[in-house]
Design a protein. Structure first.
Length: 367
């Protein structure tokens, strides 16, 4: 299968009609996406002593030009990459990926040094040799694993495994009394350089663990490891447990502070909302109050209108001046209670009986 081309990463243009499933438009000159499938291997890479080699065919090493042009499928370019691969990480995987992609048709053989060689020439490892073998086996770019790989590559080893090229970073690797253990490989024209991944290495990971030793010791104590397994003294064990309790209390206090801040913030937001609503309602209430009870409010007009109606209802109508005059009947008399003085009488009643005690209600007095 051909590798995905860069055209698949380009932005796809949609036609104006927008036809296609789920609203997708047809593509103009852009190949469809690759079908979803698993490209990884289903089994780990085999060990070299488990692989059968046909020694009946003569071994002839290919040149760099022939390897770059591409070799037949039954004759892949055999590339060898070796290392310690302790605490297998992405930097290791990227180096093996580069080695796998050096040529169009590559068969990658990876050699892993034993604990004995590593401890003698480099130092103590975190993982055992069997753990390191297993880690490399499960890297997807590896086709074959060589256990107990030699520290220095000999012509006999290269011929035994029919190696065409050796892949490693180009930095001189001084070890075993040599300024560069790959010097003779480079002189033979069999060395192909790869690039190191910056920011990640086994030494960096170990440095982090040593620097934060207390943190990781407390972490494993929490996970059930004993102080003896961690090589932690009794005093340090109690100290770690005390630090863990203090951290838990700090975390609880921090959680309470965060929750209280959230509560205060919610109360402030609610109070601001209530104040705004109260201001709006108060303005509306004051406006309605002034409209009803203000100097020119509706209540004043209602009182004026009611007063006029009351006066009109209790005031008798005056007869027109052109109408013939008739003697008016005497007004009903009214005596003031608790009064010894006789109230003034109307002019009409005074002419009739000035000594009368009754009091006629006139129009002026009604007003």
């Amino acid at each position: 299968m051909e590798p995905p081309t860069s055209s698949r990463l380009n932005s796809r243009k949609r036609r104006k009609d927008g036809s296609g499933p789920n609203g997708a438009a047809e593509l103009d000159g852009i190949p469809p996406k690759m079908s979803r499938r698993s490209f990884g291997l289903r089994e780990p890479a085999p060990f070299s002593d488990e692989v059968e080699i046909d020694y009946s065919k003569p071994y002839v090493r290919v040149t760099y030009e022939e390897a770059m042009r591409g070799t037949p499928l039954d004759r892949p370019v055999r590339v060898y990459a070796d290392g310690i691969f302790d605490l297998f990480h992405s930097g290791h995987a990227r180096a093996l990926m580069q080695a796998k992609n050096l040529f169009p048709n590559t068969y990658l053989i990876v050699g892993v040094c034993s604990d004995e060689l590593t401890h003698n020439f480099k130092g103590f490892t975190v993982m055992s040799e069997n753990e390191r073998y297993d880690a490399v086996q499960h890297c997807r770019y590896v086709d074959e694993v060589v256990r107990n790989a030699p520290w220095t590559l000999t012509p006999e080893f290269l011929a035994e495994h029919r190696i065409d090229f050796v892949a490693h970073d180009d930095i001189p690797y001084s070890s075993a009394g040599s300024d560069d253990v790959y010097k003779h490989i480079k002189e033979a024209g069999m060395f192909v350089p790869t690039q190191r991944t910056e920011g990640i290495s086994t030494s960096d990971i170990i440095t982090r663990i040593v620097r934060d030793y207390d943190v990781y010791a407390r972490r494993n104590l929490q996970r059930g490891y004993t102080a003896k397994e961690l090589n932690v003294s009794f005093i340090n064990e109690k100290k770690y447990h005390l630090q863990e309790r203090v951290d838990k209390v700090k975390k609880r206090v921090k959680d309470v502070e965060e929750k209280s801040k959230e509560f205060v913030q919610k109360v402030e937001e609610k109070s601001i909302d209530l104040i705004q609503k109260w201001e709006e309602k108060s303005r509306e209430f004051i406006g309605n109050f002034l409209e009803m009870f203000g100097p020119e409010g509706a209540l004043k007009h209602m009182l004026k209108e009611g007063k006029g109606r009351m006066l009109q209802a209790i005031s008798p109508k005056q007869s027109p001046s052109s109408s013939p005059t008739h003697d008016r009947s005497p007004s009903p008399s009214f005596r003031w209670p608790f009064s010894t003085k006789t109230p003034p009488s109307s002019p009409a009643s005074r002419s009739r009986n000035e000594s009368a005690v009754t009091y006629d209600i006139s129009e002026d007095e009604e007003d």
